[in-house]
Ligand binder design. Sequence first.
Ligand SMILES: Nc1ncnc2c1ncn2[C@@H]1O[C@H](COP(=O)(O)OP(=O)(O)OP(=O)(O)O)[C@@H](O)[C@H]1O
Ligand SMILES: Nc1nc2c(ncn2[C@@H]2O[C@H](COP(=O)(O)O)[C@@H](O)[C@H]2O)c(=O)[nH]1
Length: 181
Amino acid sequence: MKKIILIAGPSGAGKTTISEYLTKNFAIPRVLTHTTRPKRAGEDENSYYFENDETFAQLHFFEHVHYGAYQYGSSQESLDKAWLEHDLVSLIVDIEGVKSYINRLKDQVYFLYVKTSTIEELRERLLERGDKPETINQRLSGKELNALPKELEPFAHILVNDDWQTTTNWLDQMVQTLTKK
Ligand SMILES: Nc1ncnc2c1ncn2[C@@H]1O[C@H](COP(=O)(O)OP(=O)(O)OP(=O)(O)O)[C@@H](O)[C@H]1O
Ligand SMILES: Nc1nc2c(ncn2[C@@H]2O[C@H](COP(=O)(O)O)[C@@H](O)[C@H]2O)c(=O)[nH]1
């Protein structure tokens, strides 16, 4: 059965880093999504399909959300394209996106919720990444924090990404379990 690893969690928790590790070490492709947010330093065409409001409005999405001042959306086409490459793929979404995918794809979803032990750790990582302090405050509060809601707890595989070596051991085990025949 084709499966999708949905990666969600607070900003700075390490979702992108984890998705890149899965691609590099296990050839697990990441399903690219669309956004109207500007590129960050270091991002390229493998990060997102970068859109403006007009091009975004012309697309047909599986699900889409407003997050901060920008729009984000994912398509069935991108998912099918990634599934042609590998039976196991990853996709980074916010909590609303997780709900949509679990409702629609059910058992095909492996929900990986990534967090750190403290919010201070997230703040430090985002500062080091070059995010502006006011953006960081917004991302680490309210709906944008992407806290794990009670109703999704039964579906979540929780990974505390404080120490990278521990995280890679955890991920290696996860992939072994998911690819077992
Ligand atoms: N275990 C770790 N220890 C220390 N730093 C880490 C760890 N994992 C990731 N990082 C670093 O934290 C920063 C944020 O990671 P990343 O961009 O993957 O987070 P994210 O969850 O995708 O954030 P966003 O939702 O804002 O895009 C990066 O600079 C990354 O290198
Ligand atoms: N529901 C969706 N959420 C998405 C999608 N693409 C990204 N995201 C989430 O948005 C926030 C912000 O992303 P960032 O790259 O600006 O830090 C983060 O939580 C992503 O997981 C999508 O297509 N649908």
